[in-house]
Write a protein that binds this ligand. Structure first.
Ligand SMILES: [Mg+2]
Length: 121
């Protein structure tokens, strides 16, 4: 069954064109991309450093927080797309499969309203 191109596919094409115009594929080993993804995730985490849940909730929607969070989330997404392309993964299919797997592990009747791990349900 052929798949309809998604916005993620279009974004990946745009990103690959950006990368290839700069001849950067040579630096994008799978290991380097995974390291970079984690560094970007840490930059997102840094936005929460020394702040309480209340501080962070209050920051949602503020221009400063929104700009920084959007930038780091974009960095994470872009590295994830590069990893998926490099490793030959279908990210949307993998995510859909994972949601289905989690639905099996966390049936609504056992997991609704609690944060217990599936092994504790
Ligand atoms: Mg960043």
């Amino acid at each position: 069954m052929s798949k309809t191109p998604s916005e993620l596919d279009a974004l990946t094409e745009q990103l690959i064109a950006f990368r290839d115009a700069r001849d950067w594929r040579q630096f994008h080993s799978l290991k380097n991309l995974i390291v970079s993804l984690n560094l970007e995730a840490t930059e997102l985490l840094e936005l929460t450093q020394w702040k309480s849940d209340e501080d962070i909730e209050a920051a949602i929607g503020s221009p400063d927080f929104s700009e920084k969070a959007a930038e780091e989330c974009a960095d994470i997404l872009l590295y994830l797309l590069l990893i998926s392309e490099r490793a030959g993964l279908d990210l949307v299919a993998a995510a859909q499969a994972k949601i289905a797997k989690n639905a099996q592990k966390y049936p609504v009747e056992k997991s609704k309203g609690n944060a217990r791990k599936y092994t504790e349900l």
